[in-house]
Each structure stands twice: as C-alpha cells, then as structure tokens.
Design a protein around this ligand. Sequence first.
Ligand SMILES: [Zn+2]
Ligand SMILES: [Zn+2]
Ligand SMILES: [Zn+2]
Length: 242
Amino acid sequence: MIGCHCPVCRSDNPKNKRRRCSLYVQAGGKCLLFDTPPDLREQVLTFGVERVDAVFITHPHADHIFGFDDIRRFSDLQKSHIPVYGSSATVASMRSKFDYVDKPSHSFGGVPRVVFTEMIAPVEIGGARITPVPVIHGEEPVYGFLVEADGKRLAYIPDCSGIPETSFQWLDSLDVMILDGLRPGRHSTHFSIGECVEHLQRIGAERSFLTHLTHHSDHDTLQASLPAGIDVPQDGLTVYLK
Ligand SMILES: [Zn+2]
Ligand SMILES: [Zn+2]
Ligand SMILES: [Zn+2]
C-alpha cells in the first residue's frame, strides 16, 4: 500500500510483495491471459511470458486493465491480431478507454493489434474451452471464467461480492478455484476472507486459492489460519494440472 508502514508493507517476506491480480493459463496448446493489470509488463518480464493467444477481461476496473497497452508486444511478436474477450459492457468500456487500438492497420508495431469480441457463450481457443461465469461485484455484473482443457477444470473469479445460484453450475468438479478474498473485514464490492472461504468450501475444488489480497493479510499468518486445501498464493505461483 502506497505510503503505508504496517508490518505487511515493511515485511521482507517476498510472499508479502503483491502485484495486481492476473492469471496466465497454458492449456489446449494455447496461451491465455486473464486481465491486463497496470503492472502486466513487469509481471510478464519477471515470469517469462512470451506468448499470448487470447485475452479475457473480467471487468474494466483500472486495476485489471491499465496494462493493456503492453499487449502490443505480443501482437507484434506474433504478427497477428489477438482476440480480446469480455462482456458487452466490458468490450464497450475497453473500446472507449483504448480507442487508439481499434484502427485498421497493416503494421504490427506501435499499438496493440487486437480484435475486441463480445462474449456471451463459451469460446474454444485451440483445445481449451473458456466459459464466462457471471458474478456480482458490488452493484455491477462482471465475469469470472471457467477454463476446461485436457479433462481439467479451473475457475478464476478475482473480483466478486456475490455468486448467483445460476453460476454455480460452472463451478462443479473443479481442479482449481481462485476466488476474491480481499481482506478480513467486509467490503461492499468484494468478498471478505471469511466469505471467500465459505464459498470455496461450498464449491469444493481439489485446490482452492484466495486472490486480490491486501496488506491486511500477512502471507504466513493467513495461510496458517486456513482449512486444508485452501491456500494463499504468492506472485508467480505456478500450478501444474496433469
Ligand atoms: Zn500496509
Ligand atoms: Zn473490480
Ligand atoms: Zn480488482
């Protein structure tokens, strides 16, 4: 937290140094990126991400999209337009905030070359199937995503204060569930850690992770307080599903 000197902000445990939320999935022969946070460039350089075949945006809040311009490096490297998926509201917001990327061009440098695509149903990217999972984020409807490939199922819901009953159908038999667990105290637009754990227990994935954590949570202290099967991730955490 900028300007904060609390024990977590002063901690020298690298697990307490948290960048913004995002997820990179290699599945079905493709490389999928979920959200483009402001520190995306530093994240991909740190963790060696060299390819992005499709981008999925959960919602157009600043902490999830303002690294989007760096997608230009991937469209340039790959010499192709990269599909960017989101709800109609998300796509409208992305088009307006990044109005300079949508102009037709034959060259690939300079700006991201993308194809904004409204997503209301599952899409197939290579051997992966990605399904939008509608959830509530304060007053706003936003997306989480279910990724299915090679018989494995992972769901990612980074910003959420409520999951409609109709969306639990997508959260069944998961190998991995990643869910918003902002902080110990209640918040109007995010699950608290307690609410997150309750939902993770109902969902019952093989492995569960909290995300969107703040400086209210020391990594090791929080980890020690969680039930078995629910973990606190750290930046760069890699999970293999085989
Ligand atoms: Zn702090
Ligand atoms: Zn948000
Ligand atoms: Zn957020």
